[in-house]
Ligand binder design. Structure first.
Ligand code: ASP
Length: 618
C-alpha cells in the first residue's frame, strides 16, 4: 500500500468523500478532552488538518493520538470532508479536513531543541548556532523550504536560458592548482605525489578560458568556488557561481547576453520586467558615487568642488589641492576637494551624526569631514561657514544648494577622498532612511553595468600593482597598443590603462563580474611582468595557460554571477547562510557535522603531513 496518496498541500473541496492517505510531521495538535484530537499535518507542500474522532476509534488508539507531539512523523488514512469547524483561510487546504480511520507512527521524535516555526516559539527564532547544529529541523520551516525551492527555480531558469542560447554545461575540477585571484586558497595534500598539494579552485577561470581554446565556444557551469577568507554576512568561504564564457565575442555581445539572462531570471523568479540596463563608466561611478558598485536607488551624489575650493582662504582646502597638482585629473595621488549635498540635512542630520561622520571618514584614511548647514535665509552656518562665504554663490550653483541643506566636505588625495565620500554617502543614506527594504518582490531593482575599469591598481598593503579584475582581463580594444608599449615603470600611464572588464551591479551590490580575456600570449606575459612575476614564476604557475594561448586561441570573454547573492535578493534576506542548505559559521565551521575536525595521525602520515599546531594549554 502507498504510504501516501496525496501531499499535505493538495486536498480541496473536489476531494470531499475520497479516501486518502497523508503522511508528514505533526505541526500542531489540539486534544480538547472532548473525544476529538486535531492534528495539523505538515510536509513541504503545506498543512492539512486531520481529525481523530473518539466515536470511531477504540480508547487505545485515541490515547496514542492524544500522545502525538510536534514533529512526530505519522501517516493517516481517512475520508476528506468539509471542515466542520469552519474554513481556515490561512491554509490552501483550509476548506477541508481528513477524518482519520487508521494511522501509524512512522517516526517518533525526541524532545526537540526548538520548533521549526517561522514565527519562532515565543515570537523569536532560536539562536542561529542551535539552528545550524540542527539544520535539518531548521530547514523544515516553511520560510526555509521557500528559499530552497526559490534556489532550485533559479538553477532551472539559468540552465534553460543558457541551453537555449547554445551554452554547454561542462564541469571543471575541484582538485586543482593555485589560481591567483587574490584570495587565500584551501589546500589538499596529495597521497600519490608526496609533498604536493592541490588547491581548491577560487573559480574555474582558467579552465573556462582553456575550454574556449578547446573550441567549446559557449560554456556554462553552476559551480562551487572556494576562497579561504573570513566569512561575512554576504560572503562564505565556499560559495556558488554561475560561470560563463563565450568565444569570438566583443565586450558588448557578452553584456547583451547577460542582460538577456538577467531579464529572463527576474521574469521567471518574480514576474519583473527588467528595463534596459544602463552602462556607466567606472570613472563616472567613482566621480558621482565614490564607489565602483553604486547604489543608484537614491541621490546624494558627490561633486568635485576643487576649483571653487581653490578660491577660498581655507588652508585645509588649498594645502590639499597643492598635492600632486601636476598629476592628471583623477590620478589617485592628486589632491581634491569633494562634497555631498544632503537635501534637508539641516533637519535630518543631528549634530551627533555629523560629528560622527568626521570619525567615520577617518576610518577610511581621510583626514576628516567638515559640515555646513544652509539656514533659512540661505546663508552658511556652523562648521567651516566663514571660510566658504567668499565662494558662496559658486558653491550654491555647483551643488544646487537650497535653504535647509547640509553639505559634507572631504579634502584629500583623489583615491582617499573618493573612497571616504563613497562610504559616507551610503552611511548618510542609511541614517536618514533612504534605502528601500531589499528584495521586496517587484523591486525597486536598480541594475547597472559598470565598464571601463582601470586594468591595475596599487595594493594598499604592499604598494605593488594588482589586477583590478584578475590578471587574465584584457585591455579595452583601443588601449591594447598603449598597454603593450607602456613602460612598466611609467606609473601614470599604467594607472590610466582601461580594461575590457564589466560588472553588473544591483542596488549597490556586485552581482556579476567579468571581462574580455587576454588571448595573446605576449600581452599575458606583460601583465604577469607588471604584477611582479618573473618569466620563470609565470611559467611555473601558468605554463599550461601560456601554452594554450600559443596553440590557436580564439578571442573570448565571460562573466560569473554570484548565485547565492542572487537568491538573497529574490528571497529578501541579507544573510548568505539563509540561502545555503548547509552553510558555515563566521569562523568557517559546519555546526551540524562539526567540520573541520582533527585528522588522525595515520591520516596525516598517509598524506605526508605533520601538524605543527599546539593545542592551547591549561
Ligand atoms: N572568474 C571571475 C571571478 O570569479 C569571473 C570572470 O571573470 O568570469 O570573479
Amino acid at each position: 500500500m502507498l504510504i501516501r496518496t496525496h501531499n499535505c498541500g493538495q486536498l480541496r473541496e473536489t476531494n470531499i468523500g475520497a479516501t486518502v492517505r497523508l503522511a508528514g510531521w505533526v505541526n500542531a495538535y489540539r486534544g480538547h478532552g472532548t473525544g476529538l484530537v486535531f492534528i495539523d499535518l505538515r510536509d513541504r507542500y503545506g498543512v492539512t488538518q486531520v481529525v481523530f474522532d473518539g466515536e470511531q476509534h477504540d480508547p487505545d488508539t485515541m490515547k496514542l493520538a492524544d500522545h502525538l507531539r510536534n514533529e512526530d512523523v505519522i501517516a493517516v488514512e481517512g475520508t476528506v470532508r468539509i471542515r466542520v469547524g469552519g474554513e481556515n483561510p490561512k491554509l490552501v487546504t483550509g476548506k477541508v479536513e481528513v477524518v482519520v480511520s487508521k494511522f501509524e507512527v512512522l517516526g517518533k521524535t525526541d524532545p526537540l531543541p526548538f520548533l521549526p516555526d517561522d514565527s519562532g516559539s515565543g515570537g523569536k527564532l532560536a539562536n542561529e548556532d542551535i539552528r545550524g547544529k540542527y539544520r535539518y529541523i531548521d530547514l523544515r520551516r516553511p520560510a526555509m523550504q521557500h528559499i530552497l525551492s526559490s534556489r532550485h527555480r533559479l538553477y532551472q531558469s539559468t540552465r534553460r536560458y543558457f541551453d537555449e542560447n547554445g551554452f554547454l554545461e561542462i564541469e571543471t575540477p575541484i582538485l586543482y592548482k593555485s589560481t591567483p585571484e587574490g584570495a587565500r586558497e584551501f589546500l589538499v595534500p596529495s597521497r600519490n605525489v608526496p609533498g604536493s598539494w592541490y588547491a581548491l579552485p577560487q573559480s574555474p577561470q582558467l579552465f573556462k578560458q582553456i575550454l574556449m581554446v578547446a573550441g567549446c565556444d559557449r560554456y556554462m557551469q553552476i559551480c562551487r568556488c572556494f576562497r579561504d577568507e573570513d566569512p561575512r554576512a554576504d560572503r562564505q568561504a565556499e560559495f556558488t557561481q554561475i560561470d560563463l564564457e563565450m568565444s569570438f565575442v566583443r565586450r558588448e555581445q557578452v553584456m547583451e547576453m547577460m542582460e538577456g539572462f538577467v531579464r529572463r531570471l527576474w521574469k521567471d523568479m518574480c514576474g519583473y520586467d527588467v528595463p534596459p540596463i544602463p552602462r556607466m563608466p567606472y570613472r563616472e561611478a567613482m566621480e558621482r558615487f565614490g564607489i565602483d558598485r553604486p547604489d543608484t536607488r537614491y541621490g546624494l551624489e558627490i561633486t568635485d568642488i576643487s576649483e571653487v575650493a581653490a578660491r577660498t582662504d581655507a588652508a585645509f582646502f588649498t594645502e590639499t589641492l597643492a598635492k600632486g597638482a601636476d598629476r592628471p585629473r583623477f590620478n589617485s595621488k592628486r589632491g581634491v576637494v569633494k562634497a555631498i549635498r544632503i537635501p534637508g540635512g539641516a533637519e535630518k542630520l543631528t549634530r551627533k551624526l555629523t560629528d560622527g561622520y568626521h570619525e567615520f571618514v577617518r576610518s577610511f584614511g581621510a583626514g576628516g569631514c567638515a559640515a555646513v548647514k544652509v539656514n533659512a535665509q540661505g546663508d552658511f552656518e556652523t562648521g567651516i561657514a566663514k571660510f566658504l562665504a567668499p565662494v558662496k554663490n559658486e558653491l550654491f550653483a555647483v551643488l544646487g544648494l537650497r535653504p535647509g541643506d547640509t553639505v559634507l566636505f572631504v579634502a584629500d588625495l583623489y583615491a582617499v577622498a573618493t573612497k571616504a565620500l563613497g562610504e559616507l554617502r551610503q552611511k548618510v543614506a542609511r541614517d536618514i532612511g533612504l534605502i528601500p527594504k531589499p528584495g521586496s518582490e517587484g523591486g525597486p531593482w536598480n541594475f547597472l553595468f559598470v565598464i571601463d575599469f582601470p586594468m591595475f591598481e596599487r595594493d594598499k598593503e604592499s604598494g605593488r600593482w594588482i589586477a583590478m579584475h584578475h590578471p587574465f582581463t584584457a585591455p579595452r580594444d583601443d588601449q591594447a597598443d598603449a598597454f603593450v608599449h607602456a613602460d612598466v615603470n611609467d606609473e601614470i600611464t599604467i594607472e590610466s590603462i582601461v580594461s575590457a572588464g564589466y560588472d553588473i551591479v544591483l542596488n549597490g551590490q556586485e552581482i556579476a563580474g567579468g571581462s574580455i580575456r587576454i588571448h595573446d600570449r605576449t600581452v599575458q606575459s606583460k601583465v604577469f611582468q607588471l604584477l611582479g612575476m618573473t618569466p620563470e614564476q609565470a611559467r611555473e604557475k601558468f605554463s599550461f595557460l601560456l601554452e594554450a594561448l600559443s596553440y590557436g586561441a580564439p578571442p573570448h570573454g565571460g562573466i560569473a554571477f554570484g548565485l547565492d547573492r542572487l537568491v538573497m535578493n529574490f528571497v529578501g534576506t541579507a544573510n548568505i547562510r539563509d540561502v545555503i542548505a548547509f552553510p558555515k559559521t563566521q569562523t568557517g565551521q559546519d555546526l551540524m557535522t562539526s567540520a573541520p575536525s582533527k585528522a588522525t595521525d595515520e591520516q596525516l602520515r598517509d598524506v605526508f603531513v605533520k601538524s605543527t599546531h599546539e593545542p592551547p594549554r591549561g
